[in-house]
Design a protein around this ligand. Structure first.
Ligand code: NAD
Length: 260
């Protein structure tokens, strides 16, 4: 079903994005990996993904905080594989601080990567999807795309924006063989969360163990971290032909967080 399709997964050198790239590659999808690590650090990752799954893998360390970076990433996929069938907007960063102490440059960076990059990749990828007659856009939002938490002004604003963008793109493509959905995970154990524990400890003035129990997993009723593979399986479903009528949704995978 997927064999020979081409996918871009932004921020796929780590965490959730890497899990999604692996899961798509297992289905026979050719992958454009992206992340800001040094190229030599990526070589092994790229060869492993290609070798284990017998798919083609390209890599770009484009900085998606810039418009040019997003444009070059889509161009690389089209040049390497002839089209763009699946676009997973996953790259994201976080910063935790009270709004009146929030560094403006962090606000700009979070909005640029977590929201504007998706606009740029989508606007560049849609013409290829329309031409090819197949398009699946999966935006990795967050439970914070649906509800808020203190100290995360930029992240919550960007993720709510990403859910909004998802709905608009879904409506504009509704009569075409293209879908656009958002995935809204609760906490998934990745380097992004690991970093937050220190920041949250500082913001709340409590030790790490209490941050994990009382802050991080507090809103997640099942009291466990979502697994990367669980998010990846959902992304593969949304990218599949079977998910054709699923569009404009924000799918929660959060252990019941947003059911409250
Ligand atoms: P991560 O820190 O493990 O990985 C981030 C990826 O983004 C890396 O590949 C990194 O190289 C890339 N990246 C960073 N800056 C970039 C830039 N300027 N240009 C291009 N790539 C860049 O993060 P993660 O936890 O896997 O998060 C992935 C996505 O999932 C993010 O959008 C995040 O907001 C979202 N999310 C994560 C969680 C969680 O609990 N981990 C929960 C909900 C949503």
């Amino acid at each position: 079903m997927f064999k020979g399709r081409a996918a871009i997964v932004t921020g796929s050198t780590s965490g959730i994005g890497h899990g999604i790239a692996e899961a798509l590659a297992r289905e026979g999808v050719n992958i454009v990996l992206n992340g800001i690590e040094k190229p030599e650090q990526i070589g092994e990752l790229k060869d492993k993904l290609a070798g284990e799954n017998k798919v083609k893998v390209a890599y770009s360390n484009a900085n998606l905080m810039t418009r040019e970076g997003a444009e070059s990433l889509v161009a690389l996929c089209a040049e390497s594989f002839g089209s763009v069938d699946i676009l997973v907007n996953n790259a994201g960063i976080q910063h935790v601080a009270p709004v009146d102490e929030f560094p403006p440059e962090k606000w700009d960076a979070i909005l640029a990567l977590n929201l504007s990059a998706a606009f740029h990749t989508i606007r560049m990828a849609l013409p290829f999807m329309k031409k090819n007659g197949y398009g699946r856009i999966v935006n990795i939002a967050s439970a914070h795309g649906l509800v808020a938490s203190p100290f995360k002004s930029a992240y919550v604003a960007a993720k709510h924006g990403l859910v909004g963008l998802t709905k608009v793109v879904a409506l504009e493509t509704a009569e075409l063989p293209i879908t656009c959905n958002a995935i809204c995970p609760g906490y998934v154990w990745t380097p992004l969360v690991e970093k937050q524990i220190g920041d949250q400890a500082k913001a709340h003035g409590i030790p790490r163990e209490r941050v994990i129990r009382e802050v991080i997993l507090e809103p997640q009723p099942d009291k466990r971290f979502v697994k990367v593979e669980e998010v990846a399986a959902l992304a593969v479903y949304l990218a599949s032909e079977a998910a054709a009528p699923v569009t404009g949704t924000a799918v929660s995978i959060d252990g019941g967080w947003t059911a409250r």
